[in-house]
Design a protein around this ligand. Structure first.
Ligand code: 5CA
Ligand code: ZN
Length: 411
């Protein structure tokens, strides 16, 4: 599937430090090391049945900071993202609004691409749709079958979590919590005939009126977790650097994706990192609840996408927070102030700003700290005392390039 056009990333005068990231599986900050090859990142993408909301944007902007921090540290980056372009919620929405499910998926994916481009998110190297990747899932199912990790319940095929001795090590959750989340997030713990209530469906036999594809298990469609597992392994290889997504995917999705890989004899990610949940009107922003603020709606209302990005970056990517319109208005004002300061071209010395901003981002993507450092430079520059002393330097150009390359904000 095509991704979206890449924004320019200016070269910086100094290289950034190596990046550390919080790993959920180990519950600590770890170095994102990985030898001389590229740093590799898989981020769970959208299910395209509705437009991109600010929660999605927050997650993709967070991992864009990682992408940029790696580039600024001198690494090549292999980035893969998926599109869940066949799934229950997509089929249900298409039926409800009376449109063809493929047309709905195409329309919403197009809108998402436009939103990502406007937010200056670097595109993935591989943007993989589930439908186009079905042969990968069938291959992986064959490997799991050979490892005795699959069984049937009527015509459906399930994965046995008992086939992975490391099951549970990504989420570190106790079983009662797993059972609760599994039921909430697409699982079917009560289905009769399963070996373990937590076993997830990996191939759903054709139901009347649902799309299906041929497979050795009969016509059907893939389960959700096998999709991300197979796409990540195929395009990034076993032991890729980071599995990313929002914290709503810690369990079951990332646990199951990792388990499928382990049972198939492959390492999965070295690090599991999750963005916090953005709320609105007191609840997690979610398509099912409908409490959404769409990126495209803000853009259509003539809001500068860079102000949206700045408003998101003022929160640490791991925190849960609530969106309010005031934060956006504040970001619009701040952006105007930043633009005024860089337009002076001179200003307070920029060298320490570059080093501190790159350092903050390399330290578990601390964007709020990076934004505060830029803000301090802007205030010092707009204050008459500093400007008078240093008006001949090129600090404005240096900060402009830094804010663009590191934070993805074009001033
Ligand atoms: N297609 C699956 C992943 S394979 C999916 O979760 N799709 S989604 O459209 O529901 O979400 C897309 C991405 O945005 C996921 O990484 C998800 O964790 C994240 N996300 C969803 N809602 C929010 C929210 N309210 N705040 C932050 N991130 C969110
Ligand atoms: Zn996923």
């Amino acid at each position: 599937m095509r991704a979206w056009p890449a924004p320019d990333v200016p070269a910086l005068p100094i290289q950034g430090p190596e990046v550390s990231l919080y790993d959920h599986a180990r519950d600590e900050l770890v170095a994102t090391e990985g030898g001389p090859g590229p740093r590799s990142l898989y981020v769970c993408g959208i299910t395209p049945y509705d437009a991109t909301h600010l929660g999605h944007a927050n997650t993709f902007v967070a991992f864009d900071l990682l992408h940029r921090a790696w580039l600024n540290a001198g690494h090549e980056v292999a980035y893969v993202q998926n599109v869940t372009d066949v799934d229950d919620p997509l089929l249900e929405r298409a039926e409800k609004v009376g449109v063809d499910w493929t047309a709905l998926a195409e329309r919403e994916t197009d809108l998402y691409r436009a939103d990502m481009e406007a937010l200056r998110v670097l595109p993935p190297r591989e943007y993989a749709g589930a439908v186009e990747s079905i042969p990968l899932f069938i291959d992986m199912l064959a490997t799991l079958d050979a490892a005795d990790a699959l069984y049937r319940v009527e015509d459906d095929v399930y994965f046995s979590v008992g086939a992975d001795p490391r099951f549970g090590t990504e989420s570190r959750m106790a079983r009662p919590e797993m059972l609760e989340l599994f039921a909430e997030r697409g699982g079917d713990p009560d289905r009769v005939g399963k070996k373990d209530p937590l076993d997830p469906l990996v191939w759903r036999a054709e139901r009347p009126g649902e799309p299906s594809w041929p497979s050795p298990y009969g016509p059907g469609r893939p389960g959700w977790h096998i999709e991300c597992s197979a796409i990540a392994l195929c395009h990034l290889g076993a032991g890729f650097t980071v599995q990313g997504g929002g914290s709503d995917l810690i369990f079951p999705h990332h646990e199951m994706s990792a388990s499928h890989a382990h049972a198939a004899g492959s390492e999965f990610a070295r690090i599991y990192t999750h963005g916090g949940m953005v709320a609105y009107d007191g609840h997690k922003m979610s398509k099912s609840r409908g409490n959404l603020v769409f990126v495209s709606a803000l853009r259509n209302g003539d809001i500068d996408p860079m102000a949206i990005r700045l408003a998101l970056l003022r929160h640490h990517y791991r925190s849960d927070w609530e969106w309010t319109d005031d934060q956006l208005f504040d970001a619009v004002d701040t952006l105007a102030q930043w633009r005024k300061a860089i337009a002076l071209r001179g200003g307070a010395p920029a060298g320490p700003v570059t080093e501190t901003v790159l350092g903050a981002l390399a330290d578990d993507l601390n964007a709020p700290r990076a934004v505060a450092v830029v803000q301090a430079w802007v205030e010092a520059t707009l204050g008459t005392d500093h400007l008078a002393e240093t008006s001949h330097n090129d600090a404005g150009a240096v900060v402009e390039a830094l804010v663009d390359a590191a934070l993805g904000i074009k001033l």
